[in-house]
Design a protein around this ligand. Structure first.
Ligand code: IVH
Length: 678
């Protein structure tokens, strides 16, 4: 073959390859995104086969975005971590009409308008993902993870047919976009796969979301490719050019670029319309081929969204309006008592397995002993169980059956079923008194200490913690830092690699932030938010330990119960011994430099209210600047307010300020204050 003809053959192949890819992409889009195919499956298969063959003859012309490359990635040892461009926030949720009305009232008050327009969509019960497209090409996809950092699942996402590897090259397409969406598994596929798993005697998945998550987090993309996952996109998070004034327009553009978006979304001019949409969806829900557990209500106007801003984990401008839980009847096989990390005894009903909204339930919490008595649930009774989204199933009530023969009423054990220590009562709650000897409390505590929101020790989950405690390798929190490879290798399920990985994860956890560490200690009333407040106020673990009840009470958001519980915790010599032991073993809790922690900041303790528009700042900017200097922004004016910042078109908050004699700052004075303090 002379050079000439080989050259032109190369070109011919190249142009045919391009043509085939273009056609296949187009048909993928019609089929998977638009659900309106124009050609038969057989015709599609012919095109695909031709492309595969031609690529086989010209392997150096295979491009990564070719439709044949959806299953190209090699199997991985582990996923690499990806820091998200912007945090993938979560959503607050409401369940009742009053709460959704309160949400609307808050939006109207904050925005100082009569009516707010909302964009509403179904709330998909799947997995949140981040997708990055550069020059129209899908370059990276990741799971939500803890919201800040997720796992790189690009190769697995590529196998999802409704996810375009290539966007439509229209002029409005920005060079780089970051999109948020949800991956889910259609219900019929979930049922079918579970059926096949049962046939093969393998473990089934409890619900479609777990199956979707298991499928997306396969290290071998070929396994993911076998699961018919679906993607839908509901947010343009970052964009190199972003002219969209509303959420609605931004999402519409995603569709213009070829991305799948929710088909059931709607614009509502008032909260009344939102409520109608909610009701509509409840009715449609049963007929849908995928699981939704509510609707998401978003303030449509994006400059309003900016003004409303966000809290640490969720935006103020959106909420999930959940559906009422689904209910079914079943029978109580037994009532057992479980012991939590605080020692509280929780009665748990073991049930005849029953499916509630696609999930098989075989246990339900009865919360506390008083509740068992109040509901008068006994072994053998028929009960109504409900499941609301993710929460542990609940027994709503006993259903009396005419002529039934009932068992004995449930009685509280006098001794802990795990450690046999005596049981004491505090209000409605019964506690095991064996704090330091009860392995159930220890297990719960260590699991919490190692959990994602606390020290985040990967690999130290429920099962491993139970093994470590049962083998007596771990008798208190500090023992985690003594663990050796020899010990881990004695545990079932551990091999050289997993043992090394766990030890590395433990080693990595030795420099926790103060906030995570305080949360991890599991002090009563110290959840993640209170831990954050304490950390930013006190700056160092020593300061928290030394704080008196009075000092704690001075801190905004710390009430008397919390203050008391913190002081009691650190006054307990056994707790201090564990902390000292950890320190000796190299655990160094991060200290927040005095510049960063709130007390020493120039606007510490100052409360601001913002009203009207500012030229030089978005609401979010202004708020961040104030907070960086230690101040706080609240939404309504009271005697406690120090400054009201009034921009253009201020609302009634300005009148309130005048009435109460609160100092009013115009934009110029506000800027001067910030600059003077910075
Ligand atoms: S918007 C900042 N829209 O719900 C905006 N989320 O509990 C945050 N979700 O983790 C998300 N459907 O995975 C949004 N139409 C929808 C959604 C949706 C499902 C999930 C998302 C998030 C969770 C929040």
């Amino acid at each position: 073959m002379d050079l000439f003809s080989s050259h032109s053959e190369h070109e011919k192949a190249e142009s045919r390859l391009q043509e085939l890819r273009k056609q296949i992409r187009h048909h993928d889009y019609l089929y998977y995104v638009q659900s309106r195919p124009e050609i038969s499956d057989a015709e599609y298969d012919r095109l695909f086969k031709e492309l595969q063959e031609l690529e086989g003859q010209h392997p150096n012309q295979i491009t990564p975005d070719s439709p044949t490359q959806r299953v190209g990635g090699a199997s991985l040892d582990q996923f690499s971590k990806v820091k998200h461009d912007r945090a993938l926030l979560s959503l607050d949720s409401v369940l009742d009409v009053e709460d959704v009305l309160a949400f609307d009232a808050r939006m109207r008050r904050e925005l100082e308008v009569e009516q707010v327009e909302y964009s509403v969509e179904p709330k998909f019960d799947g997995l949140s993902i981040e997708l990055v497209y550069e020059n129209g090409i899908f370059v990276r996809g990741s799971t939500r993870g803890d919201g800040v950092t997720g796992e790189d699942v690009t190769s697995n996402l590529r196998t999802i047919r409704s996810l375009p590897l290539h966007l439509q090259q229209v002029s409005s397409l920005p060079t780089r976009i970051v999109v948020r969406g949800e991956v889910y598994l259609p219900l019929p596929d979930f049922q079918e796969l579970n059926r096949r798993l049962t046939e093969r005697g393998e473990a089934t998945f409890a619900n479609p979301r777990n199956m979707a998550s298991g499928s997306l987090r396969q290290l071998d993309p070929r396994l993911t490719a076998k699961r018919p996952l679906v993607v839908t996109c509901y947010d343009l998070m970052v964009s190199s050019s972003d002219p969209f004034a509303s959420h609605w327009e931004a999402v519409s553009s995603l569709a213009t670029w070829g991305l799948p978006i929710p088909t059931l979304r709607q614009l509502c001019s008032s909260i009344a319309e939102v409520m109608v949409f909610h009701q509509d969806m409840i009715e449609k829900r049963e007929g849908l081929s995928y699981e939704i557990d509510g609707i998401v209500v978003k303030v449509n106007n994006r400059s309003y969204q900016d003004r409303l801003g966000e809290k640490s984990r969720s935006p103020r401008w959106a909420t999930a309006y959940k559906f009422p839980p689904r209910k079914e009847l079943t029978k109580v096989q037994d009532i057992v008592v479980s012991v939590g990390r605080t020692g509280a005894l929780t009665p748990v009903a073991l049930l005849d397995p029953v499916e509630v909204g696609g999930v098989t339930i075989s246990r339900a919490t009865l919360h506390n002993i008083e509740e068992v008595a109040r509901k008068d649930v006994r072994v053998g009774d028929t009960v109504k169980v409900e499941r609301a989204g993710d929460v542990i199933p609940d027994i709503v009530e006993r259903v009396p059956i005419p002529g039934e023969h009932r068992g004995e009423p449930f009685t509280v054990p006098t001794h802990c079923p795990v450690c046999e220590s005596s049981v004491v009562q505090e209000g409605p709650i019964y506690y095991c008194t064996g704090q330091t000897v009860c392995t159930a409390q220890l297990k719960g505590g260590i699991e919490h200490f190692a959990s994602k929101g606390a020290l985040n020790i990967e690999g130290l989950g429920k099962k491993t913690v139970a093994q470590l405690v049962d083998e007596k390798f771990v008798r208190d929190y500090s023992d985690i830092y003594w663990l050796t490879k020899e010990q881990l290798l004695q545990l079932e399920g551990f091999a050289d690699k997993s043992a090394t990985q766990l030890l590395a994860a433990i080693e990595q956890s030795k420099a926790p932030s103060l906030e995570r560490f305080l949360f991890g200690l599991g002090i009563h009333h110290v959840g993640s938010h209170v831990a954050k407040v304490l950390a930013s106020h006190f700056g160092a673990l020593e300061n928290v330990i030394a704080a008196t009840e009075e000092e704690l009470l001075q801190v905004h958001e710390i009430g008397s119960e919390t203050a008391h519980s913190v002081v009691t915790f650190f006054a307990e010599p056994r707790n201090m011994a564990v902390l000292n032991q950890m320190k000796e073993l190299g655990v160094q809790v991060e200290t927040i430099s005095s510049d960063d922690h709130v007390n020493s900041k120039p606007l510490a303790g100052k409360i601001f209210v913002l009203t009207g528009g500012l030229d030089g700042y978005s609401r979010q900017d202004a708020k961040q600047r104030i907070e960086r200097l230690g101040g706080r922004v609240t939404s309504s004016v009271s005697k406690k307010t120090h400054y009201v910042v009034a921009g253009t078109d201020p609302g009634s908050k300005l009148d309130d300020a005048k009435k109460l004699g609160v100092e009013i700052l115009n934009e110029e004075k506000f800027t001067a204050l910030l600059e003077q303090e910075e």
